[in-house]
Design a protein around this ligand. Structure first.
Ligand code: PMP
Ligand code: GLU
Length: 397
């Protein structure tokens, strides 16, 4: 009998983190793997943010702080919501956490009772499903296809809602598809939600600044739903600060207080130095962020151009984040050196072990027809990786 709890025994390992681990292991053996599995900017954190962190050490920010984060940081986040998104979250409605990942788990564990339904448009980010499972909620997936740009329609949302629906959870720009909901599209969803006041919306906007359309839209901006939207964001992606572990949410007061209580038992406030650095990120120049966004857009175009030459692969044009999510079902059932590729997991392992390119299986994101490629890598690596993908896929018979 296992010494571990059912809770952890039943939990899947994060597929993104697992693929990154496997490629690290191959690299340690001297194999030149190009890792396009982990969604992590390859840029350095901008210098003015690094300087603010050094200053925080010099100024001895070494002690525990309020669980939800320093008050001045929460004031700056409140101003950021107002300035960039026209959202009104007072400082006491803001909770700063150890990454947006913790913000999301705080909110799911604070809202979901066993049996409550959490509506998640698929494909979705891997950890959403695991978090709902930990809360013993029931996942209600709304499937989408590449033909609809992986975005749900108002009719699909309406059809998924039941009296047990508690939360709608999605990201825009979306991980893993890169799809971006326009203001009109989100508003149409808000109008559906207006008829179902029991549903809390959790809007994950961590890729806000990696958006190639002219506008980022937030669900909390709509009058119909604004009092029941939790907006999650963080510094990892837009400021290339994955290792600093700083995420935050704006939430209705009761939910913010619940998350503060949860976090007070689990981790307390996040790293003091990262919090001081976050002030520099939120109030300083956005030029480095815009430069990174432009670089990501060029890389997206490069990857689409290269993958577009592979017969059988179906692509759409992602408008944000740094992922492409091609439909690869044409390759399933084919074989390589006598071994059949039974599913997308097999396809990813084949590309990792033979082509030495690490991608993530779409199955982990709720779509078994696709694979995810993160183009947060240098143009040289992207050229080489897409060349290898093409070469190996064309070898399948
Ligand atoms: N949401 C989405 C959609 C993500 O892709 C990620 C991964 N970075 C996170 C949340 C969590 O980010 P972090 O914990 O680094 O802030
Ligand atoms: N969010 C990133 C990804 O999807 C980082 C890994 C993770 O936290 O899952 O690859």
């Amino acid at each position: 009998m296992s010494i571990l709890s059912h809770r952890i025994e039943n939990l899947q390992e994060s597929a993104t983190i697992m693929m990154a681990k496997l490629s690290r292991e191959l690299k340690a053996k001297g194999i030149k793997v190009i890792d396009l599995s982990l969604g992590e900017p390859d840029f350095d954190t901008p210098l003015h943010i690094q300087e603010a962190a050094k200053k925080a050490i010099d100024e001895h920010y070494f002690k525990y702080m309020p669980v939800s984060g320093y008050l001045d940081l929460r004031q700056y986040i409140s101003e950021k919501f107002q300035r960039d998104n026209h959202l009104h979250y007072a400082p006491e409605q803001i909770v700063v956490s150890t990454g947006a990942k913790q913000s999301l788990v705080n909110v799911i564990l604070s809202l979901v009772n066993p049996g409550d339904e959490v509506i998640i448009p698929a494909p979705y980010w891997v950890s959403y499903a695991a978090m709902v499972q930990l809360a013993e909620g029931v996942i209600v997936e709304i499937p989408t296809t590449i033909a609809q740009d992986f975005k749900i329609s108002p009719q699909q949302l309406e059809a998924a809602i039941t009296p047990r629906s508690k939360v709608l959870l999605y990201s825009s720009p979306c991980n893993p598809t890169g799809s971006v909901y326009s203001e009109q599209e989100l508003h149409a969803l808000a109008k559906v939600l207006a008829k179902h006041p029991q549903i809390i919306v959790v809007s994950d906007e961590i890729y806000e600044y990696i958006n190639f359309t002219d506008k980022h839209a937030s669900m909390a901006a709509f009058e119909e739903v604004k009092d029941r939207v939790v907006t999650v964001n963080g510094l990892s992606k837009g400021f290339a600060m994955t290792g600093w572990r700083l995420g935050y949410m704006g939430a209705p007061l009761a939910i913010a207080k619940a998350c503060d209580k949860m976090q007070g038992q689990f981790t307390s406030g996040t790293c003091s130095i990262s919090q001081r650095a976050a002030i520099a990120a939120l109030t300083g120049t956005m030029e480095p962020t815009y430069a990174m966004r432009d670089a990501f857009e060029r890389r997206r175009d490069l990857v689409l151009e290269q993958l577009g030459t592979i017969e059988g692969m179906i692509l759409n044009k992602p408008e944000g984040a740094f992922y492409v999510f091609p439909d690869v079902r044409a390759f399933i059932g084919k074989s390589y050196e006598g071994t059949i590729i039974e599913n997308v997991d097999d396809l990813c392992m084949f590309l990792l072990n033979d082509a030495h390119v690490s991608l993530v299986s779409g199955a982990a994101f709720g779509d078994s027809s696709c694979v995810r490629l993160s183009y947060a890598a240098s143009e040289n690596d992207l050229r080489e990786a897409t060349k290898r993908i093409k070469q190996y896929l064309e070898m399948l018979r």
